[in-house]
Design a protein around this ligand. Structure first.
Ligand code: HH2
Length: 267
């Protein structure tokens, strides 16, 4: 899954694709690089990002969805917590609703997801974007994240969302201490995969990579760590990885798969 942020303030791309035309060109390059899915977002989730109104968010994402829908069989995910944005994006051609609040932002979200019938990504976050990194706490982070997401999946199904439509995401960096929580969560991904839903993993360019590499690497200097995270996810059985660097990730996954397939099948 390639990331397309149509925002002025995303942590990793800092406004490079704020204009729809630049975002459309970027989306096309990610498709050419081998993305199966594109995740299109019009509001940054980083701590301290400016909130965006519905009209502004729609003005950012709809032109991109309309331009690329149907291109090369790519499927489109809308990264939003707002039900109004999800509804319009699905009507415009998106087939997945990626919600960092696990459909918890509005009471309308769960019934709307059932009504739309689209795939949904339920992502785990402790707290809310503005304050989530202040003092996150867990006893057993991998177990607690799996338990919380299982409960959200139950709530979604109780509201009428089909089981087959549900994806889970551990929310790396969302209300998690840089190393004390993100690392055991990644090491314990099998707990989440074991729930039986497809898992989406977003590690790409996140801050904990810099924390493990001297502390001063900017988002665009975190490719090696992003690839390591994608491969750790693949080894744990995640169904998709959400990444900024599609071409490099496709290459890493292809090589990893060629090696592991050979290991299973023998020479
Ligand atoms: N991470 C970000 C945004 N959305 N959605 C899911 N399901 N999983 C993630 O890990 C995830 C996400 C943050 O990354 P990015 O989109 O690059 O930054 P920003 O939110 O600042 O636009």
């Amino acid at each position: 899954m390639g990331v397309v942020n149509v925002t002025p303030d995303s942590f990793s791309e800092a406004g490079r694709f704020r204009e729809p035309a630049a975002a459309i060109a970027h989306a096309r390059s990610l498709i050419a690089d081998g993305a199966d899915m594109l995740d299109i977002g019009g509001e940054s989730t980083r701590p301290g990002a400016d909130p965006v109104g519905v009209e502004e968010e729609l003005a950012r994402v709809l032109p991109v969805i309309e331009a690329i829908r149907g291109e090369n069989g790519v499927s489109i995910s809308i990264d939003t917590m707002k039900p109004q944005v999800a509804r319009a994006a699905i009507a415009a051609g998106a087939s997945m609703w990626n919600d960092v609040t696990a459909l918890g932002y509005s009471p309308e979200s769960l019934p709307l997801a059932a009504e739309l019938g689209c795939d949904v990504v339920l992502m785990h976050m402790q707290g809310e974007p503005r304050s989530m990194q202040a003092d996150p706490r867990y006893e057993d982070v991998a177990g607690e994240v799996a338990e919380a997401l299982a409960a959200r999946a139950e709530a979604a199904m109780a509201a009428g969302v089909r089981r087959e439509a549900i994806w889970l995401d551990p929310g790396i960096g969302f209300g998690k201490h840089m190393t004390r929580h993100n690392l055991p969560l990644l090491a314990g991904l099998d707990r989440l995969v074991g729930l039986g839903f497809p898992v989406l993993l977003g590690v790409s360019r996140k801050s904990f990579i810099s924390a493990l590499d001297g502390g001063e690497r900017g988002p665009r200097e975190r490719l090696g760590g992003s690839l390591a995270g994608a491969l750790a996810g693949a080894a744990a059985g995640v169904a998709a990885v959400r990444v900024h660097d599609v071409r490099e990730t496709v290459q890493a996954l292809n090589v990893w798969r060629a090696i592991t397939d050979r290991g299973i099948a023998g020479p």
